[in-house]
Design a binder for this molecule. Structure first.
Ligand SMILES: [Zn+2]
Length: 216
């Protein structure tokens, strides 16, 4: 059984997103609403997320085949941006990954953590699918265990073992791009976890096991 969803699933999720308005919510509270999680799909960032993918045929091929890959990131909390080639000449560029790591650091306490470069491949692929060169606005990148524990205590939507704490996830939106289209592009990548948060107005993207869910 494949965990990734087909076109019909995408359409269903798209319809669900359509049903929900997406007012701009303070990003400070994004992914930490007081309400309980919705029973749609698997749990976000659940401990299962770090378990081996249950599907033996889960592809492990590179997430992007582009010979030169650039990432455009804009951290909404710090105002910092990243706009560099992170992959060229057949390899990831360490200096660029270090810079990206800084921009995606835990803004609450400044802690940095290596970010899985495949996450940038996933974002690169999403940009390609959307045919946009606008930056990803970062609502959340790396989360230190301390920050994640605080958010987890506040909200059932934040898992105790989040992919954010592994440097494998980010919550994003793109100015001028409909969230539903961003969501579809992320699902189409099949790169890992994808969570749609229509009220908070962002899409969670990670490179853990392939799964999907609807948040708030
Ligand atoms: Zn997230």
């Amino acid at each position: 059984m494949r965990m990734s969803i087909g076109r019909r699933g995408v359409l269903r999720l798209g319809a669900a997103a359509l049903a929900a308005s997406a007012p701009a919510m303070s990003w400070a509270t994004a992914e930490a609403p007081a309400r309980a999680r919705l029973p749609l799909g698997p749990m976000p960032d659940s401990p299962m997320a770090t378990a081996p993918a249950p599907v033996a045929s889960t592809p492990v091929a590179p997430l992007s085949g582009a010979p030169v890959r650039k990432a455009l990131l804009h951290n909404l909390h710090t105002g910092e941006t990243f706009n560099e080639v992170y992959f060229e000449n057949g390899r990831y560029v360490p200096q660029a990954l270090t810079e990206a790591m800084k921009v995606l650091r835990d803004w609450r306490n400044g802690e940095e953590h290596f970010m899985d470069p495949r996450l940038f491949d996933a974002l690169h692929g999403i940009s390609d699918r959307l045919e946009t060169n606008r930056p990803f606005q970062i609502i959340s990148g790396y989360r230190s265990p301390r920050t994640n524990a605080m958010l987890h205590a506040r909200s059932g939507e934040v898992a105790s073992k989040s992919q954010h704490t592994l440097g494998k996830a980010c919550d994003v939106r793109i100015e001028g791009v409909d969230l539903r289209n961003l969501h579809k592009a992320a699902l189409g990548m099949g790169a890992g976890g994808v969570g749609l948060y229509p009220v908070s107005n962002f899409v969670h993207v990670d490179v853990g096991a392939v799964r999907h869910w609807m948040g708030a």
